[in-house]
Design a protein around this ligand. Structure first.
Ligand SMILES: [Zn+2]
Length: 90
């Protein structure tokens, strides 16, 4: 019976990684990209016009994306969800 030779595998060197410092400015900059400004009428993900306006979000009825509207209060969103029957009031 022939013994299979073990292949020599060169040890892989991991690719050099970039270190990103997580500063508050960096976080705010990233968060700002996810907010919508003004009164958008299109989905930012799929560009559909089949969207529903909620107090703090634009809800795409085609792809399901919920995009947050900048400076829209989440308290109004919560009230709207409770009144719409989407949440059970606690
Ligand atoms: Zn969409």
């Amino acid at each position: 019976m022939k013994v299979a030779k073990a292949k020599r595998v060169k040890p892989k060197v991991p690719a050099p990684a970039a270190v990103i410092r997580l500063t508050p400015e960096h976080t705010l900059q990233r968060a700002a990209k996810r907010f919508l400004s003004g009164s958008p009428t299109r989905c930012p993900k799929c560009d559909s016009t089949y969207v529903g306006r909620e107090p703090a979000f634009i809800h795409c009825r085609l792809c399901g994306k919920l995009a947050r509207i900048v400076d829209a209060p989440l308290e109004l969103q919560e009230l709207w969800e409770i009144r719409s029957g989407l949440r059970i009031a606690s």
